[in-house]
Design a protein around this ligand. Structure first.
Ligand code: GDP
Ligand code: MG
Length: 435
């Protein structure tokens, strides 16, 4: 007889936390405070919260003690009480003391976090690879470290609360919240990442030497980078209508129509106000972007902020010193935009390629542009490659555009169009063309 089924409680979805968003209008920057708060709302939703109110204030500079003015802070207190909010999320990064002061004013039942903490929390959930997780942990601990005093009372008082903005550090025992241990852990994470960096650099050098041309997909979060990688290479990267669905870089190879092999890498998405600590700790992920021969900037043409999103992408590229790498703008999701919008966008971005990664529209056009970039700056050389240099023969056939080839007793004599990098590798085999 079958065993009696053991009773299992039906799992219930966690009750979403009630969040109030706070934004300050400093009268500068590309994004209005409302636009920036709408994005913060999406981030909060991604992290499992329900936004119940927004509070904004116009200021020239943040108020040192509480970021917002004292009158506004009182307004926030009554709003929190009236609406029974669990968490207050500031759109800008709070200093540790501002955060502590606000928590004091709001009382121990309300968490105070900022955009950075929220993004770090989402990253913690989405990082899948060892390297990704180490990077997120490092960023989280670096963020926590100066805030430990505040967090300490928080954790002691409300150990069962959990929820958004508090998942990182989850499972750590009280002892581990000790500053000294955190410092030690930060050191260990840095060491582990440095080891991985060395390995990545070795792989990257090998790829460079093999002459494989590399394309990195960069772009705002949710622009469709992962969908595009999947479409072009048949990869199965997680793609979802969510902010920061993918964090870990994935590289796949792809054959261009002329037979040449290139690689395509999907990386972490960008966002405006991306915390600098995060950019720093995502060094190894972003190294993939820095090492690219071409950066394909993927943008969501159907988003009303497409222009600003591309600016934010350029800002991050500048911060990681990748602004001089050749790039190409791809306006994605063109299946859901009107012909009028398409016309307007093609005036704003005359060199952009319109595609739909989802439908597979204009993939040929995009690949043609990539191939053209791949052979830009090429020169035509003639080489003689002995037959025992199998790797070089393979390289010529896979990486170069062969214009003419003849098989002689002494080796393959080929006239090929190659990049400067490959010309350097083939330098010892160059011969003067006879024609
Ligand atoms: N309509 C439409 N949706 C798309 C297209 N490309 C991606 N998406 C959707 O946009 C969302 C984000 O895509 P994803 O590839 O995860 O974006 P990523 O954050 O840049 O990697 C997903 O829901 C995709 O299905 C497209 O060409 N058209
Ligand atoms: Mg993605």
């Amino acid at each position: 007889m079958a065993k009696a089924q053991r009773f299992k409680p039906i799992p219930t979805a966690p009750v979403p936390e009630r969040a109030i968003l706070v934004g300050v209008d400093f009268g500068k920057g590309e994004w209005s405070v409302e636009e920036s708060l709408s994005e913060l709302e999406r981030l909060a939703q991604t992290d499992g919260a329900e936004v119940i109110a927004r509070l904004t204030q116009k200021l020239d500079t943040p108020v040192p003690k509480t970021f917002i003015g004292s009158g506004k802070a009182q307004e926030l207190v009554s709003l929190v009480t009236r609406l029974e909010a669990d968490v207050v999320i500031f759109d800008d990064e709070l200093s540790p003391s501002q955060q502590a002061n606000l928590e004091k004013i709001l009382g121990s039942h309300t968490k105070v976090i900022d955009r950075t903490a929220l993004i770090l929390d989402i990253f913690g959930v989405h990082a899948k690879t060892r390297e990704g997780r180490l990077q997120v942990q490092l960023a989280q601990l670096q963020y926590l470290y100066p805030r430990l005093r505040g967090m300490w009372s928080h954790l002691v008082g409300e150990q069962t609360r959990g929820g958004i903005g508090s998942r990182f550090g989850q499972g750590e025992s009280q002892l581990e919240v000790d500053r000294r241990l955190v410092r030690k852990r930060i050191g260990m994470l840095k060491d582990a990442l440095a080891d991985l960096d060395v390995r990545r650099a070795t792989q990257s050098k090998a790829r460079w030497e093999s002459g494989v041309w590399r394309v990195a997909l960069a772009g705002y979060t949710n622009a469709g980078k992962s969908t595009l990688l999947n479409r072009l290479t048949g990869a199965e990267v997680y793609a979802k209508d969510e902010l920061f669905a993918t964090l870990d870089p994935t590289t796949r190879s792809l054959n261009l129509s002329e037979g040449r092999k290139i690689t395509l890498t999907d990386t972490v998405g960008f966002i405006q106000k991306l915390p600098t600590t995060l950019i720093k700790s995502f060094n190894s992920t972003l190294a993939e972007v820095k090492a690219a021969d071409l950066i394909v900037k993927v943008a969501d043409a159907s988003d009303s902020h497409v222009v600003k999103q591309l600016q934010a992408v350029d800002e991050v590229l500048q911060q990681i010193d990748a602004q001089d790498i050749p790039s190409l703008i791809v306006l994605n999701k063109c299946d859901v935009i009107s012909p009028e919008l398409k016309r307007t966008l093609s005036v704003t971005f005359p060199a952009a390629e319109f595609v739909s990664a989802y439908k597979g529209t204009n993939m040929d056009g995009l690949l043609y542009r990539i191939a053209k970039e791949a052979s830009a700056g090429n020169s035509v050389i003639t080489v003689r490659i002995p037959y025992d240099k199998g790797i070089l023969l393979k390289m010529v056939h896979e990486q170069a555009q062969v214009i003419r080839e003849e098989y002689h007793d002494t080796g393959l004599i080929a006239t090929i169009s190659v990049s400067a990098r490959m010309e350097q590798t083939l330098e010892p085999y160059k011969i003067i063309a006879q024609s």
